[in-house]
Design a binder for this molecule. Structure first.
Ligand SMILES: NC(=O)c1ccc[n+]([C@@H]2O[C@H](COP(=O)([O-])OP(=O)(O)OC[C@H]3O[C@@H](n4cnc5c(N)ncnc54)[C@H](O)[C@@H]3O)[C@@H](O)[C@H]2O)c1
Ligand SMILES: [Zn+2]
Length: 363
């Protein structure tokens, strides 16, 4: 097991335990919260597969846990689901010392996290990620929220967890498609901050990772540490640091939006986005020419696309990109790779350069 500290001000710092066992959560949590009652929020399949182990661990540590099963899938990451979680908080008679424990992927983590942030103005939150993406990304950093029919993640709150407990053995049931989506974020961490991690990813395969728990733990812990470091230095995305985590996401989010979230997984969309960002850097003279090719080879190695299968209407794509939160004063701002393991944020591009880059990646 590897423990990573997220140092935050005001006694809000917490630990990420990578490679921990669900069986050990109760005992560690006992020392972190005062309440005896607890609510585990999960999707039905995760509750069935991993709920019993977690509940046993909580009971053995003196908690009286209840379990709430919420619908899975991005389409259910909404206020209706949050309302169900509030009802479960009420039924479980939680007070402000009692933890909400999210057992699931990013959808469960974001919705349960938002409920924990807002029920009684805030309950302690524990994240138990069950997808690779949640383990390296969404469980860390305190962003919680849900979608509105008008758009993704439009309602939310910053609410840091008390503890992140990543039992990686639960990934054994994760479908291949979800592994690949998580790997897009893992590659992202290498490209933004860790040349050595990126080098290792050039030599590994998915079956290596699935077959070697210690190796997987090492890689996940490395990613978690990068995110923890960025979050600790720019918790609320006000200092321009946290936006490096968005490499490939300005393009990627727009691709997802214009294709109705159906044509590409998030990982596939940001993979095309990372390829586009690398090409943009080359065109702007911000990176040596071979960097874009090396980036694309790495992404392709992990089964991720670097070209769109079909070009969406360009006007719609640009409109979606213009809604990106990083934009300022009507100008597009990108994070682009400048060297292996290094990026620059706040890079502006003129419409003609952007046009060429989009065409190059089939968008
Ligand atoms: N809060 C943040 O900082 C942050 C960061 C990145 C992404 N997100 C959010 O995370 C969400 C995506 O998360 P995700 O990729 O984990 O998707 P997800 O939660 O939808 O999980 C993907 C699928 O895998 C299934 N699953 C989960 N764990 C499993 C396991 N161990 N075995 C078998 N199946 C399993 C789920 O039921 C689901 O069908 C998005 O809503 C995104 O907005 C949030
Ligand atoms: Zn992402």
């Amino acid at each position: 097991m590897k423990t990573i500290a997220v140092p935050l001000t005001g006694g809000r710092g917490y630990e990420i335990h990578v490679g921990a066992r669900l069986e050990g959560l109760g005992r560690t949590l006992r020392g972190r919260v005062a309440g005896r009652r607890a609510l585990v929020v999960s999707s039905a399949p995760m509750a069935r597969l991993y709920g019993p182990r977690l509940l046993r661990s909580l009971r053995a540590a003196g908690f009286a846990p209840a379990l709430a099963s919420v619908p899975a899938g991005e389409s259910r990451k909404n206020l209706e689901t949050v309302r169900k979680i509030y009802a479960a908080c009420l039924a479980a008679r939680l007070d402000r010392r009692c933890p909400v424990i999210a057992l699931g992927g990013g959808v469960v983590g974001d919705a349960a996290g938002f409920a924990a942030a807002t029920y009684m103005r805030g309950l302690p939150l524990v994240q138990c990620p069950t997808t690779l993406l949640a383990a390296v990304d969404s469980s860390i950093g305190g962003k919680t929220g849900v979608d509105l029919p008008e758009g993704k993640n439009l309602v939310g709150a910053f609410h840091q967890p008390r503890l992140v407990w990543a039992d990686l053995s639960v990934l054994k049931t994760l479908p291949e498609k979800e592994w690949r989506t998580g790997m897009a974020e893992v590659v992202k961490y290498g490209l933004i901050a860790d040349a050595e991690l990126a080098n290792r990813l050039e030599a590994l395969t998915l079956s290596n990772l699935r077959g070697k728990p210690a190796l997987l733990e090492d890689i996940v812990a490395r990613c978690a540490a990068i995110k923890a470091d960025v979050v600790a230095r720019d918790e609320r995305e006000t200092r321009g640091l946290r936006e490096i985590l968005n490499l490939g996401h300005t393009f990627g989010h727009a691709v997802e939006a214009v294709t109705g979230y159906k044509a590409y997984t998030h990982g596939e969309a940001i993979s095309i986005g990372m390829a586009a960002a690398a090409r943009l850097a080359a065109r702007l003279g911000l990176a040596p020419a071979p960097l874009a090719a090396r980036t694309e080879i790495l992404l392709a190695r992990w089964g991720l696309p670097v070209r769109a299968r079909r070009a969406p209407p360009r006007k719609k794509l640009l409109a979606a990109m213009s809604r990106d939160k990083k934009n300022r004063a009507g100008k597009f701002r990108f994070v682009v790779p400048t060297a292996w393991g290094r990026v620059r944020s706040g890079v502006e591009a003129t419409p003609d350069v952007l046009d060429k880059v989009l065409t190059e990646v089939g968008l």
